[in-house]
Structures are given as C-alpha cells and as structure tokens.
Design a protein around this ligand. Structure first.
Ligand code: SPV
Ligand code: MG
Length: 302
C-alpha cells in the first residue's frame, strides 16, 4: 500500500474482490485491447493465456514461456489505469517456478496472479484432452509459496476439479486446502452450458474467500444474477478476441469479394480512432511542449 489515496494495483484488485456486488473483468491480449476494455468501463483486465497464445497462433497449452506471457501482461499493465490480473496457467512449473513467477509479475506492476491446479503442461479447459489435476499437496505448496513471496500481490487459486470431472466434493475439499494455504480468492471453473455447477459450489462453500467465475459456456447468466448469488468477480475471458476475429473475417471476405473497401468504411474503425488509442494527440502535445521549451532555453542562452 502507498496509502489510502494512492493504492497499489494489488490493493485495488483486492478492494474489487471484497467490495459489495460483482466486479466485471475483461480479457485482453494487447495494450490496445486492454485500453478498449478500460474505455468500456471494465474494472480490471484479465491477461488471458488463451488470448495471448491464440494471438501468437499457438495452442493454449504452455507452449509460450512464462517470459512471453509476462511481457504481454506487463504491456497491458503499462497501458491502462485499472488493475491487471494475470492468468498464470499452473505456475509454469513447480513451486520454484511459482516463486520466480510471483517476483517477476509483481516487479512489472501486475496486481494479481491466478494459478490453476492442473499439471504442467496445462491444456485449455475447453479442449477435450488431458485435464488431470495436480496432486492437492503440490498445488497447496505453490499457493503457500506465492503467498509467502509477496504480502501484496493478489493470489487467486483456480479450481479445475469440475473441468476434470472430479466432482463437487473434490472441488470443495481443494477449496478448503487452498484457503488454508493462503489464497486470496478462489476461481471455480466450469464448462457446463448452465451455471448450476458454479451456483452449487457457491452455495456449499462455507469458507471466507471471494469466489470468481468465468461465464464462457454458461453465457445466459447475467451479472445481476451472479451478484445476487454471492460471486465477487466475473471474468469475460475471451469474448473480445472472438468478436474481433469475426469482424476481421467478415471485412477480409468482403474486400476480397468486392475488390473495393469503399462500402465497408462505415463498418470499420477510423484511423483517428486508432490514433486516439495510440495516444497520438498526447505525443504531439508533449513534442510541441518540449520543442518550445528547448527553443526558449536556446534563445535565452544567446
Ligand atoms: C484464459 O482466458 O486463458 C483462461 C480462461 O484461462 S479459459 O479459457 O476459460 O480457461
Ligand atoms: Mg488460461
């Protein structure tokens, strides 16, 4: 903490987790997409492993290194004034990798890290394939280490028991273990089409930690409903990337088909829109200011 008037990114994320109501967090993979999320009013940014790896054209399966994920997350944190919560997969290795990871992410201004209790290499939760859980004691060790390394950084323990088919009892057992290990919040993940599983978890979990959800497949659920059910945070992890993909495909097909771009101009962002997101006006202002200052100093020295 820097004091009440100037809270750190981690403190701001912690406050969001504990504030009444639901914090809405948007996934991003680039400083530009993070700025769009901030502009839309999202309260924090999720540095999404799926989005980052998809943008790099590789599977979300620990193909990218920790440094590559960190570089992207750091870019997001630099670009926006809201806290960045980084998806850190299963911690990029064992407990030693987690210790290094927490130090590195904290040093780059990241507000919090989320680690999931799957084995390395992880596979995206929605891909059919090996979704085996890590032994509970191994993952508890990672949470203990992360919490010990930094008093400040928010550490979210992500439960994959429902994804891996291990069931609610296993999810609840692990929730208690991770809470004892020092997690700041729990993320309960589900790939069901309805939110029944995450509702059941929220109703049965009797611990004290805020609970986070990722409503990707159970997409009929509303923010109001999640807030009423007692969830602290919803992460819309990949919708921005998916919408941009569709928009790009439609535009490309139309240009290829029609041989002109004239008729799509109204449907695509203007160059000025891009310049604003790049902060071009601010750059020109500061350039003019320093050039004028330089001229004055040079004249006075004559
Ligand atoms: C991500 O955005 O990379 C996530 C969320 O971890 S999910 O894709 O739902 O697993
Ligand atoms: Mg991920």
């Amino acid at each position: 903490m820097n004091g009440q008037d100037n809270p750190t990114p981690a403190q701001r994320l912690r406050d969001l987790l504990h504030a009444p109501g639901l914090a809405q967090v948007m996934g991003a993979h680039s400083p530009l997409s993070a700025r769009l999320a901030e502009e839309a009013g999202f309260e924090a940014i999720w540095s999404s492993g799926l989005e980052i790896s998809a943008t790099a054209g590789v599977p979300d399966a620990n193909i990218l290194t920790m440094t590559e994920c960190l570089n992207t997350a750091a870019g997001l944190a630099e670009a926006v004034n809201v806290p960045v919560l980084a998806d850190c997969d299963s911690g990029f290795g064992n407990v030693n990798n987690v210790i290094h990871m927490v130090r590195a992410y904290e040093a780059c201004g990241i507000a919090g890290v989320c680690v999931e209790d799957k084995r390395f290499p992880k596979l995206n939760s929605f891909v059919e394939g090996n979704q085996d859980l890590a032994p509970v004691d191994d993952f508890a060790a990672k949470i203990c280490a992360a919490a010990d390394v930094s008093d400040e950084l928010v550490v979210i323990a992500r439960l994959e028991a429902l994804i891996s088919g291990q069931g609610m009892d296993e999810a609840l057992r692990r929730a208690e273990v991770y809470e004892r290990a020092g997690a700041d919040a729990l993320l309960i993940h589900s790939k069901r089409a309805e939110p029944d599983e995450v509702f059941a978890f929220r109703d049965t979990y009797t611990g004290q930690l805020p609970v986070v959800v990722v409503p990707t497949t159970y997409n009929r659920v509303t923010a109001t409903e999640l807030a009423d059910r007692g969830f602290a945070m919803a992460i819309y992890a990949n919708q921005a990337l998916r919408s941009s993909l569709k928009a790009m495909r439609d535009t490309l097909a139309s240009i290829r088909r029609d041989g002109t771009t004239h008729h799509i101009e109204g449907d695509i962002a203007s160059l000025n829109d891009i310049f604003a997101l790049q902060r071009v006006p601010r750059m020109l202002e500061q350039q003019a200011y320093y050039e004028s200052l330089g001229r004055k100093i040079a004249e006075n020295a004559r």
